[in-house]
Write a protein that binds this ligand. Structure first.
Ligand SMILES: Nc1ncnc2c1ncn2[C@@H]1O[C@H](COP(=O)(O)OP(=O)(O)OP(=O)(O)O)[C@@H](O)[C@H]1O
Ligand SMILES: [Mg+2]
Length: 367
């Protein structure tokens, strides 16, 4: 009789608040299989001009997010009390690795606070921080500089921080929809979980959305390098507007069209953001190889809505000198035949939402 109140405890919802759209996915886990139950997208369409919420009035931005999410949840008919996992944009947070001498837990907590000050300009009271020891370094891996300073054993610690106000903001927003917020994480982790998961090896991911590009190195399942730059699909549209002298709307549809605007000999456009993304990726990879001569990259994936752009794989493959492919966030998920065409159209723009819901499934499996 009270069936409608019962939560379906093997269902998990991932909510990605992207700059251009909110993406929501519901996954379930049954008989050792992860299945797509429901999904939805709502465009935020900032005045249709590619505006960023950066400059938008804060309360109108809140209201817009609120009503967009509410409509989407109603359309998807998500149940009250659904278990939600929510992302924070990569550019809002910090992920870094610090090397420290091995020490007791309480000492370590103090040392990390001290180190964190170097990376976080604001007061530490304003950020939520978490850390995890990811490696106990063998003597031969300890950098020469540190060996000279101190001969003791060392550890590598993954430090993660995000502004409390952002966490509270998304928590309020989603709890206000009568959902149970299970966790809020930086989208970088969602992307890594979705595209790499437990795959063995080292992978480099470039997620290109509308406002930002998020570059992520995942070494043996752990995010070890993360860098966000303000370069995304909006700037690509701007480059098309400038070089083809067309309206934004036409430029947007050219960008999404079948013609390769990046590599074609006769009509290739100069797209500065792509050059920036390629050179930044190269710089990161070279810096990592310099630090660790044995580092072998097993794959480079692109994701995010912009990864659908024709010719991007080819362009990055030639700039980075290694095969670059579009990551498939749906590869571990069972999808109904009738949903397949839409799902393949949404493609890699769902990496964050899927990665979030997969966190719910991972936690469920561990229980
Ligand atoms: N087929 C396509 N070809 C090229 N670009 C595309 C295509 N489809 C979508 N895009 C672009 O992808 C971008 C949206 O991607 P995505 O949904 O990943 O961004 P977002 O998550 O909203 O933004 P961000 O991550 O920067 O906050 C837009 O700039 C859009 O124009
Ligand atoms: Mg995004």
């Amino acid at each position: 009789m009270f069936e409608f109140l019962k939560k379906v405890d093997n269902h998990f919802v991932g909510i990605d608040f992207g700059t251009s759209s909110i993406k929501v996915v519901e996954l379930s886990f049954e008989n050792q299989k992860t299945k797509l139950e429901n999904y939805g997208v709502v465009d935020l369409n900032w005045s249709g001009q590619g505006d960023q919420p950066k400059g938008a009035n804060v309360s109108s931005y809140e209201q817009k997010l609120n009503s967009a999410l509410k409509n989407l949840i109603a359309k998807m008919k998500l149940k009250r009390g659904s278990r939600a996992y929510v992302s924070i944009p990569g550019f809002s947070g910090l992920i870094t690795i610090i090397e420290l001498p091995e020490m007791q837990q309480d000492e370590l907590a103090r040392a990390i606070q001290f180190e964190a000050h170097k990376y976080i300009p604001s007061s530490l009271d304003e950020v939520a921080m978490s850390w995890e020891i990811i490696e106990h370094l063998e003597a031969d891996k300890v950098s020469q500089q540190n060996l000279e300073k101190n001969n003791s054993k060392r550890i590598r610690v993954l430090l993660v921080a995000a502004p409390k106000k952002d966490i509270e903001h998304y928590d309020r927003l989603v709890s206000g929809m009568n959902m149970e917020v299970r966790a809020i994480e930086l989208e970088t982790f969602s992307i890594a979980r979705c595209l790499v998961g437990e795959d063995v090896g080292n992978f480099f991911i470039i997620d290109i959305g509308s406002r930002a590009a998020n570059m992520i190195l995942v070494e043996k399942g752990v995010v070890t390098v993360n860098r966000n730059i303000d370069a995304g699909g909006n700037e690509i549209t701007t480059a098309i507007v400038d070089s083809m002298a067309v309206s934004r709307q036409r430029a947007e549809s050219f960008k999404k069209g079948d013609k390769d605007l990046i590599n074609s000999r006769e009509s290739a456009l100069v797209i500065p953001v792509l050059e920036l993304i390629a050179s930044e990726s190269k710089r990161i990879l070279n810096a990592c190889r310099e630090k660790n001569k044995n580092l072998r990259i097993d794959g480079i994936f692109i994701s995010g809505g912009t990864s659908k752009m024709k010719g991007l794989e080819e362009y990055l493959t030639s700039s980075l000198g290694m095969p670059v492919t579009v990551g498939d966030p749906w590869k571990r998920i069972l999808v109904d035949e009738n949903a397949k065409p839409l799902v393949s159209q949404l493609g890699a723009s769902f990496s964050v939402a899927i990665g979030l819901a997969l966190r719910g499934i991972e936690e469920y499996k561990r229980k």
